[in-house]
Design a protein around this ligand. Structure first.
Ligand code: ADP
Ligand code: MG
Length: 228
């Protein structure tokens, strides 16, 4: 009985995600299609041609961003929560995180403060999606370089902590209060979906997320996961 109930809730979450994805992907694609159709018109000036082409590209890029924020790693499916090793999960981000940081001249460091494995309950794809969305925000907050630090440890209460810290532009209290709300973004090409996805995935893994930030100094995302 109990298990059934939990699964229904998860399916509902998946359904809600799917509904907002299709909406958010379709809008910019419809716009791109409109501009591409305009390109077929005869007697376009060079300026009009460029404008329509650039708007079409923009729409396709935006749709691509939305899909990336939702689905780069995580399939919106009801996955099994299993035992993972937080240390290994963090090591697994290196192939994409190092080049991402290097592109922006960011110094990237990982510190594991505990010896050996750090068992947590979670889903590897969901966790990778969370880390990707958080790290992408950190990188985007440091367009002129900075430092990105990721730490793992076992805390006194037996849970496991993962901290992602940047030295980027930071957030005002007002901005901080709005993050995670669907479509809240301060970026020209933002989707405002990244942290919403992070929050719902962490909730699905029974973890916790705390974000601290100071304008001009940087931002710190603290993830806590249960060991069993
Ligand atoms: P997006 O990245 O598409 O804007 P997100 O949901 O990932 O959407 O983030 C929402 C907003 O939260 C961002 O537009 C930004 O204002 C703020 N934000 C998130 N992470 C950071 C960070 N590390 N540093 C500064 N601002 C951040
Ligand atoms: Mg983002």
């Amino acid at each position: 009985q109990q298990e059934e109930q939990l699964n229904i809730e998860k399916y509902q979450m998946v359904g809600q995600l799917a509904a907002s994805i299709s909406h958010e992907v379709r809008n910019p694609l419809t716009s791109a299609l409109g501009f591409l159709q305009l390109l077929n018109k005869r007697e376009l000036s060079a300026e009009q041609f460029e404008l329509y082409r650039d708007q079409a590209i923009k729409g396709i890029e935006q749709a691509n961003h939305v899909v990336t924020d939702y689905l780069h790693f995580a399939k919106p499916a009801v996955d099994e929560i299993r035992q993972l090793d937080a240390v290994q999960e963090i090591e697994n981000i290196k192939p994409w995180a190092i080049p991402l940081a290097e592109q922006s001249g960011i110094e990237f460091r990982i510190d594991h403060h505990s010896e050996g494995v750090l068992p947590i309950l979670g889903d590897s794809r969901k966790l990778q999606q969370c880390l990707y969305n958080i790290i992408k925000n950190a990188v985007e907050a440091m367009p002129n370089g900075g430092r990105l630090l990721i730490e793992t440890w076992r805390d006194d209460s037996g849970s496991v902590g993962i901290r992602i810290k940047d030295t980027g532009i930071g957030m005002t209290d007002k901005e901080l209060a709005r993050i995670g709300l669907p479509f809240f973004t301060t970026k020209e090409k933002g989707t405002g979906l990244g942290l919403m996805v992070v929050i719902s995935l962490i909730r699905a893994m029974n973890g916790r997320l705390t974000i601290r930030s100071r304008p001009g100094l940087g931002t710190e995302c603290l993830l806590k996961f249960q060991t069993r």
